[in-house]
Write a protein that binds this ligand. Structure first.
Ligand SMILES: Nc1ncnc2c1ncn2[C@@H]1O[C@H](COP(=O)(O)OP(=O)(O)OP(=O)(O)O)[C@@H](O)[C@H]1O
Ligand code: SF4
Ligand SMILES: [Mg+2]
Length: 319
């Protein structure tokens, strides 16, 4: 059995806002094995990006890690000083393709200029060596290496997304978090980017956390699947099991809301009610106000992840 490259235990990250404390990541535990893709799904606002940033040990202000542990290759990173994170861990051990990053490329600098910066800074490379490496990585993601001399506005959306992927790989990290890497791209480019990520996973032996609200993509790319609801992981396990035999009522609803090919759109179910307010989340099971099976215990006590089957866990009092 492959050893985990990433071990997350009881992780909590809250945003301390003037309106109150937003519990965006609340007691999350999971493991990521070497060479594995873990898909992370859940409705908008459930905390997927927040979890991604937290794993990089850089929650967006006013966010703070308030508890738990993140180990990369056995090394604890919660509590590490920022200079150590920068020098030894971030981008080098764990990196992230940010949600919407392709639109955040700096328009006034060439692609090459933006790519070599971390190589000069982290690896102390000379400019020419860094430029060579940037070009190698552009080729790796299927782009013409001459793109280093172009500006972001001269590239298509798909090309920009490939640049952003190359940037995340540049310091040869072991774990890559890809946050909605295909959203905002047309379906053909979406498929190309997914194939590229699959290829990179295989060729580089990458371990990946693939975030998207689109479960149909996740079933295709992930070895394991985690479903998040209101800051918590409510189901996790082998992706085929989670996808085809979902155990948690929320996962069941989420899956029945996906339009499948040839299915009558009229028949699609939607999840009634609103995603909860994370400042004052529902007591007990956070899904109880929207769950058709809610019982008294659901309102009172928080269900923990329980084994459903081999490598398949869900947090629900029905189990
Ligand atoms: N910087 C911030 N300050 C305060 N609250 C925040 C901040 N960033 C996110 N939140 C809140 O934290 C919760 C989780 O947000 P997050 O962006 O992690 O969701 P998400 O699952 O990535 O959603 P999406 O699918 O739309 O990208 C939301 O309630 C959001 O409003
Ligand atoms: S614990 Fe209760 S409310 Fe929550 S999903 Fe299960 S049955 Fe529904
Ligand atoms: Mg997000």
């Amino acid at each position: 059995m492959a050893k985990p490259v990433l071990e997350v235990k009881n992780l909590k990250m809250y945003y301390f806002t003037s309106r109150g404390v937003v519990k965006a990541v609340d007691d999350v535990s999971f493991e990521l094995k070497k060479g594995e893709v873990l898909g992370l799904a859940g409705e908008s606002g459930c905390g997927k990006s927040s979890l991604g940033f937290t794993l990089m040990n850089m929650p967006t202000p006013p966010g703070k890690i308030v508890g738990g542990s993140i180990k990369i290759d056995g090394r604890e990173i919660v509590g590490l000083p920022e200079n150590v994170m920068r020098r030894e861990i971030r981008w080098q051990k764990i990196s992230m393709i940010f949600q919407g990053a392709m639109n955040a490329l700096n328009p006034v600098y060439t692609v090459g200029y933006q790519m070599i910066e971390p190589l000069l800074y982290h690896k102390g490379m000379e400019k020419e060596e860094a430029l060579n490496k940037a070009q190698r990585y552009l080729e790796l993601v299927g782009l013409d290496p001459e793109i280093v001399y172009r500006y972001p506005h001269e590239l298509s959306g798909g090309m920009k997304q490939r640049v952003v992927i190359a940037m995340a790989l540049l310091l040869d990290p072991e774990v890559v978090i890809a946050d909605e890497p295909t959203t905002a791209l047309d379906v053909i480019v979406q498929a190309q980017i997914i194939n590229l990520l699959k290829k990179l996973k295989k060729e580089l032996g990458l371990s990946m956390i693939f975030i998207t609200h689109d479960l149909s993509i996740l079933a295709e790319v992930s070895d394991r699947l985690a479903v998040m609801y209101a800051g918590k992981i409510v189901e996790i396990g082998d992706s085929q099991k989670v996808y085809y035999e979902p155990a948690h009522p929320y996962t069941q609803r989420l899956l029945s809301a996906i339009p499948r090919l040839h299915e009558d759109v009229e028949k699609l179910e939607f999840i009634p009610g609103q995603p909860p307010n994370l400042i004052k989340p529902p007591t007990g099971c956070r899904f109880h106000p929207r769950c058709p099976y809610a019982m008294q215990v659901c309102k009172e006590q928080i269900p923990q992840l329980t084994k459903v089957d081999e490598d398949h866990y869900a947090a629900c009092w029905l189990l």
